[in-house]
Design a binder for this molecule. Structure first.
Ligand code: CDV
Length: 314
């Protein structure tokens, strides 16, 4: 039996540094309205959707830095996203910078929220693979200071039963790591939601610059194929504060095929009708993990090299 749903990747164009939350949330609500018109079940927004991609700047003043973070979710400013989800009966996933108060101390994470069509929070994920540096790098036109501003996510790679299937989230750099996909795959994930902010230029390795779009689709297509899952990958695109960011938001099938793709570098809704049952023909044949995976062989290598295996379900 087919389990067909319509999903929408809501690509955002640039968000200026001084953009208010209200302005950005209004742009997001407009895209949610468009998604409802095509009867989408779920709309997915980029990593750190609510603000400019602030890790490009070295910010020393905590009160300035805190302006990019959300200390509650929902908050007064993000409440319209939850209310619109409920009004339109539409699921929504979006990235945000999370300021958590835990045991009397402040913790910062690069997070994403998954909201159901009733406007309630289904789940929450904290980015594990943080690229870039702690300290500003001399001579770099743009910094990438995620290690300075965020802690490594401490929630593992959870999945949720939602939208008729098994849903997981990754955030940007996570998509380049096969372990992240595989831990979701081991939990029978059927739909992976991925927001990203990918600069078109990497000052650390300029020789990679011509391959940015290729390597983006390469990891999405292989991640989907090797785990028999759909993915919706959504970027913050265009020239943001003088930095070119990768557009190319897309929906990828368990076959590894790209079924829908952005054509602009601005706010754009990329829509696809997907059958969650299409995951079956991969999960029960070539990637039937029970039949064909060989964990004991991997364990042997891991023991010899000292590499730590990811733990399923953590
Ligand atoms: N926001 C990111 O995680 N960006 C990284 C860049 C820095 C390589 C990415 O993987 O797209």
């Amino acid at each position: 039996m087919a389990r067909v749903i319509t999903v929408a990747a809501a690509q955002l164009g640039p968000v200026p540094r001084d953009a208010s939350r209200g302005t950005v949330v209004a742009r997001m609500v407009a895209l949610m309205e468009q998604a409802a018109q095509v009867r989408a079940a779920l709309v997915v927004f980029p990593e750190l959707a609510l603000t400019s991609f602030f890790p490009r700047w070295a910010i020393d003043d905590d009160s300035v830095l805190n302006g990019f973070f959300e200390s509650s979710m929902p908050s007064r400013e993000t409440q319209p996203l939850f209310a619109t989800a409920r009004r339109l009966q539409l699921g929504v996933c979006f990235g945000y910078a999370e300021l958590a108060r835990q045991a009397g101390s402040l913790r910062r994470f690069n997070s994403s929220a998954l909201v159901g069509p009733d406007g309630s929070l289904i789940g929450h994920y904290r980015k594990v693979h943080l690229p870039g540096d702690r300290e500003p790098q001399p001579g770099f036109e743009h910094q990438h200071l995620e290690k300075r501003y965020f802690e490594t996510g401490d929630l593992g790679f959870p999945v949720w039963r939602a939208f008729g299937g098994v849903v997981g989230m990754l955030i940007c750099n996570d998509r380049r790591w096969p372990e992240a996909w595989r831990v979701l795959g081991l939990q029978a994930v059927e739909l992976v939601l991925i927001g990203y902010n990918t600069p078109m230029r990497n000052p650390e390795a300029p020789e990679h610059d011509r391959l940015v779009a290729f390597q983006h689709s390469l990891v999405l297509q292989s991640g989907c194929y090797q785990n028999g899952t759909w993915a919706v990958a959504v970027g913050k695109a265009g020239i943001e504060e003088g930095q070119a960011m990768l557009p190319d938001s897309m929906v990828v099938a368990p076959s590894g095929e790209i079924v829908a793709r952005a054509t602009t570098s601005g706010d754009e809704l990329v829509v696809a009708e997907i059958d969650l049952d299409a995951t079956r023909s991969y999960k029960t044949t070539i990637f039937d993990f029970g039949a064909h995976r060989v964990p004991q062989a991997y364990r042997m290598i891991i023991e010899r090299t000292g590499a730590e295996p990811p733990e399923a379900g953590t």
